[in-house]
Design a protein around this ligand. Sequence first.
Ligand code: ADP
Ligand code: MG
Length: 142
Amino acid sequence: MSVSVVETNEPRETEALGAELAAGLRDGDVVLVQGELGSGKTTFVRGAARALGVTDPITSPTFSIGHRYKATNTTVSHLDLYRLPGGLEQEDPALLDDYLGPGRIAFVEWPARDHVELSHARLRVTLAHRGADRRRIEVVQG
Ligand code: ADP
Ligand code: MG
């Protein structure tokens, strides 16, 4: 397991970190992206998805839990579980099936610290506000 912490000073730097980390991802990987609203989770995912070859605009899922985007050699899934009222425990276990697994790389915006279904994540990224456009970003790999 390795932990690194960086600070970014503008959205572009957070996107660039996403792009850099995307280069190490493989088919079937899950990336958990945690942090308060507005901390930059979707911004991070946007940078990563672009680097994986997504050309469609990457927007926050609102009417469903996630979006899927065609990328260069994979499908990029982007889930936002922030608004699931009772957390994943209260949902149909098949809820995530369309988004995770072979042929996909999944980014999951997720407010809680841990959940068994997501415990195999390759990367855990936690963003925090540091005033104005500054963000602290912790990345745990492995
Ligand atoms: P979340 O998905 O965590 O709710 P978003 O990525 O949707 O957050 O929004 C983050 C907001 O903060 C955007 O408006 C973005 O432009 C702004 N922002 C300012 N500075 C940064 C930064 N350093 N990194 C990421 N986003 C930033
Ligand atoms: Mg978001």
